[in-house]
Design a binder for this molecule. Structure first.
Ligand SMILES: [Zn+2]
Length: 375
């Protein structure tokens, strides 16, 4: 019997869970796992909270609490919602725990020791008052395209242009309000371009017929893009996350998209300290990632390249990603508070979890956006 490891996307610990999350990822994964269990298959179901990255630190600053307090709050809230809605994880872990830090750190160290990274010094905005480098979302300024004075370092929400921080006119630090200066900083990059031939073989040849068309199509357009895959920084200047475990990297942490998928491995180790390799290192093992469509590139391109660079691990056999669920014809949005939150649903409809589960399965978002009305 082939071992099957099913993961559901690690939800980001900066807000509660809504019905769009359930519909897009957690219910399809749960249905699949329950079916496999009924068939007597050797299956494990892994998930946990993704607790690193810049939005957590921004939320902490805004609320005047620590990043740990932010993730403690939402980790509990999300875990409770999943349990209440019968999502039958074998483990719901979290990436701020020690086992994960140890696993992610070890992974990075192995890649570093075997020369899989390139080092690059680049110039980045630095806040001299707050004494730290500024992530894109920490910089605000005037959009060069439309004149909106509150554009972010990576995007203008008024005109939709994607920007880089140096495009902004009159950049300001969101931490101190001061004018940031350019300063040199060193980072470690995974040369994705080196893995392009392998990725083409793995995806475009190997999974042409068994990956969902939306997933395959997005991968193909990344792999076929004119400028090809580019080296991608696997470290960040930030004080919240897994510290970069090498000399000369003080004040830097692992890029959240480096450490988050490794969270699937850490959680499996936590669940099965003596048997986790049976699911991750056995060539017969079937690794299946259920995700939302916004995470396709990370699970289909970047994480497989990281696993390949490390060696000894299986790569995903399938990455079923669903489209987003609409609510009354409009896209569900956490920032616009346009959602049905699970904890609020339970207040209004106590004991009616199965009604929602059934409805979301019956109207599962497939290839197109679908409407969903809560009667
Ligand atoms: Zn603009």
């Amino acid at each position: 019997m082939k071992p099957i490891l099913v993961t559901a996307a690690l939800p980001y610990a900066n807000g509660p869970v809504h019905i769009g999350h359930l519909a897009g990822c957690y219910i399809p994964a749960d249905v699949f796992v329950r079916y496999m269990r009924l068939k007597g298959e050797d299956v494990k179901f892994i998930c946990g909270s993704d607790e690193h990255g810049v939005p957590i630190t921004i939320k902490a600053k805004a609320e005047g609490i620590s990043p740990q307090q932010v993730v403690d709050k939402y980790h509990k809230m999300m875990g409770d919602s999943f349990a209440e809605f019968g999502i039958s994880f074998d483990i719901y872990s979290r990436t701020s725990n020690k086992k994960h830090h140890e696993t992610a750190s070890g992974f990075f160290k192995q890649l570093y020791d075997t020369g899989k990274f390139t080092e690059q010094v680049t110039e980045q905005y630095y806040d001299e008052e707050a004494k730290q480098f500024l992530a894109d979302r920490y910089i605000e300024g005037t959009c060069p395209k439309c004149g909106n004075e509150k554009a972010y370092g990576d995007q203008c929400e008024n005109c939709g242009s994607s920007l880089s921080p140096s495009d902004l006119i009159n950049p300001r630090s969101k931490l101190s309000g001061s004018k940031p200066v350019m300063r040199e900083t060193k980072h470690w990059f995974l040369p994705l371009n080196d893995y392009a031939p392998w990725l083409r073989e793995y995806i475009l040849v190997g999974h042409k017929n068994d990956w969902k068309p939306n997933v395959y199509g997005q991968c193909k357009s990344w792999l076929d893009a004119g400028d090809g895959l580019q080296p991608r920084a696997m470290t960040r200047d930030l004080d919240w996350g897994v510290p970069v475990p090498i000399p000369g990297a003080e004040g830097k942490v692992l890029y959240v998209w480096f450490d988050a998928p490794i969270g699937y491995i850490s959680a499996t180790r936590e669940l099965l300290p003596d048997k986790w390799e049976h699911y991750w290192k056995n060539p017969d093992s079937r690794l299946i990632h259920f995700i939302g469509k916004d995470n396709i590139v990370f699970h289909c391109i970047i994480f497989p390249a990281i696993l390949k660079a490390h060696g000894g691990y299986v790569v995903p056999e399938n990455v079923p990603a669903n489209e987003f669920l609409n609510l009354e014809g409009d896209k569900i949005s956490t920032s616009r508070n346009w959602a049905v939150w699970l904890h609020e649903y339970l207040n209004d409809f106590p004991g009616k979890q199965d009604v929602l589960r059934y409805t979301l399965i019956a109207t599962a978002p497939g290839n197109k956006r679908q409407r969903f009305y809560l009667a």
